[in-house]
Design a protein. Sequence first.
Length: 352
Amino acid sequence: MQPIYWVMSGILVGAHQLWSLVLDPNSGWTWVLSIVSLTVLVRTLMIPLFVRQINSSRAMQLVAPKARALQEKYGSDRERYGQEVMKLYKEEGVNPAASCLPLLLQMPVFLGLFYVLNGAATGLPKGHWFVTRPDLVDSLRESTIFGAKISATLSQNGFVIGPTLFVAVFLIITMTASLFFMQLMLMRKNMPPEALEGPFAQQQKMMLYLFPAIYLFTGVAFPIGVMIYWLASNLWTIGQQYLLIHNNPTPNTPAFIDWEERMRAKGKDPAEIIRQRTAKVRRKRTGPVAAGDPTQVARQGTGGSTAAPASTEKADADGSTNQRVRRQQPNRQTRANRKQARPRPSGEPTKE
């Protein structure tokens, strides 16, 4: 955990130094803005992972009907069903683990910030940049917002009525509500009807209520600064989800129908936009392929000769090219021709 402490303390101290140019260095709001800056930096670096997560989730939704068909076919044979599903995911380029990757990568940040703030509260600083700056440790430990210390937790405060209780309860409720709203918005606006059925849909509905409940009961042990980070992260995610649902919704969803109407109102063809986006995603998965470059197959013959390039045939009225590789046979020679082509030893007379 030491490298994580080092990074977390460095980012917090660096952001604090910048905000101290315009705000009181010992103000709680300076530290709050430093924590928000940490959140923005982490989430900005994770944007590529977010895009990958969205593409993976969308691909999972699109292959859900095929997965249900496999479940009906191999429902009694769980092992075979699992093998066929993994084969389906591989063929479709779907990675189920990619959906969980951003959340898993945020956990070290969450834990690192938790222990850094907890160390400041207990006088046992974590991370190089706080260990070497006792003045900043004291500033962080004593900084307050609305009378509540940023490093304080509701459990350490003993649930005593006061600023810490009010601020902590407000943050817990806001965190829980923002997470619930975020998941509800995703399920109602950006999931096709077929994805709302089956085991995957049941899992989504369970997470809709389970994760907010976890926040509700574990928030009492989080420092106020950690809850500020988590709330800022939730608000960032809501903004990302809104932009995604507004500009690139999943096909066959209420958000997609609204998007099609907006595109037609602007004089654009939704089908053409989808075609271009799909082609772009496929190019990223499979790599660029030169259009119109016929496949050529070379076979090495027994006599050392190389077969001619395989012929290609054009088909389809839409102008697309279907390539058919024809097996090339070695050129047949008569016995007399083979004898004539065979080199003669030196000195052997030639038959006239």
